[in-house]
Design a protein around this ligand. Structure first.
Ligand code: NAP
Length: 311
């Protein structure tokens, strides 16, 4: 395909940026890709991997002359990065981000936006528990949703161009209102991560079993929690600090449901438990039928490229 943007700049070179770079190169959606990361270690790894056409030492150099700038850093770092690149942006450039929270990112980035650029916030609903430049792979976005949360003054032509670029990476694009995005993600991603972190933390407190039995006999349930709980601590700290209200709301509802199930167990109310689990099983089937997961026992992970961590 012909390039959708002549020059794309990636700020941050971890799982998401690395996957964007690989998918954009495979599809030809970017004429040229420039990338940068905070540390020399990551920049050097990205150079070894030849993730981009050029890896430069700072964000200002990366965005020079870029038609599309993608902020791929933790949610809490978006505002700072935007303030650094502000004076160096090309007039007419599109700025987007991949942050897992939208309202706070918009609030942090907006004050630093020059008048001559277009900001279109976004969030790919695709990821793994891996992080860093070695973890990216071209197929990460394939058939996954990528939500855009355009602002009231977003230029429709720039919006459709960005959609074209994202579709070229393999994703399906949909627009969503930022506050609604944060509520939906609190249910589908943020609170489940918190629950997984908690469950693994609980097992860790039970020291008498942790070092031997919990690991040795970890059946699918606990093992799947540990996978989620291995996700990047910086990213997830920032998600919770920046989507506080929605997560606390869903967590409140979760706690109420948990008490109801706890009571059903105590009272021996098998009918309640059976009916509840039948409903939840149907939700899982719906996710598989929608093509958003596989019913393979290992969630299809054996078919996915393994990530090598930097640390
Ligand atoms: P990652 O693999 O940990 O990479 C993060 C990148 O950001 C690294 O290049 C890192 O540079 C840089 N960075 C970290 N802290 C920074 C700071 N304070 N200032 C400037 N740069 C900083 O993370 P990722 O998984 O690609 O996530 C990136 C973004 O995508 C996050 O906003 C996250 O919410 C969002 N997201 C993640 C997933 C997922 O499942 N992972 C899914 C959808 C969206 P160094 O390596 O040099 O430190």
């Amino acid at each position: 395909m012909s390039a959708v943007y002549n020059k794309v700049a990636l700020i941050g070179l971890g799982l998401i940026a690395g996957s964007i770079a690989l998918a954009a190169r495979e599809s030809g959606a970017a004429g040229r890709i420039s990338g940068t990361a905070r540390t020399a270690k990551t920049r050097s790894a990205a150079r070894d991997l030849q993730l981009c056409d050029e890896i430069v030492d700072n964000a200002a150099a990366a965005v020079r002359n870029a038609d599309l700038v993608i902020l791929c850093v933790p949610v809490g770092a978006m505002g700072k990065v935007m303030s650094e690149i502000k004076p160096h942006l090309k007039p007419g450039a599109v700025i987007t981000d991949v942050g897992s929270v939208k309202q706070e990112v918009i609030a942090e980035v907006s004050p630093h936006l020059p008048d001559h650029v277009h900001f279109i916030p976004g969030h790919p609903l695709a990821g793994t528990e891996q992080s860093g430049p070695y973890s990216g792979f071209a197929g990460l976005f394939s058939n996954r949703w990528w939500l855009l949360t355009p602002l009231p003054d977003t230029d429709p032509e720039e919006l459709s161009r960005l959609r074209r670029f994202i579709r070229a990476l393999g994703a399906n694009v949909e627009d969503m209102e930022p506050a609604h995005h944060d509520t939906v993600l609190a249910v589908t991603s943020h609170t489940p991560h918190l629950i997984a972190y908690t469950m693994v933390g609980v097992a860790d407190h039970l020291k008498r079993v942790t070092e031997s039995e919990v690991i040795k006999y970890s059946a699918a349930g606990f093992r799947d929690f540990t996978r989620i709980a291995a996700s990047d601590p910086t990213m997830w700290r920032d998600v919770f600090l920046n989507n506080k209200d929605a997560v606390l709301d869903i967590l409140g509802r979760f706690t109420e449901e948990l008490f109801v199930l706890q009571r059903a167990i105590r009272m021996g109310d098998g009918d309640h438990l059976h009916e509840y689990f039948t409903r939840t099983r149907a939700i899982r089937r719906g996710i598989i039928e929608a093509g958003q997961d596989t019913d393979a026992p290992d969630f299809g992970r054996s078919a996915q490229p393994g990530g090598k961590r930097l640390d």
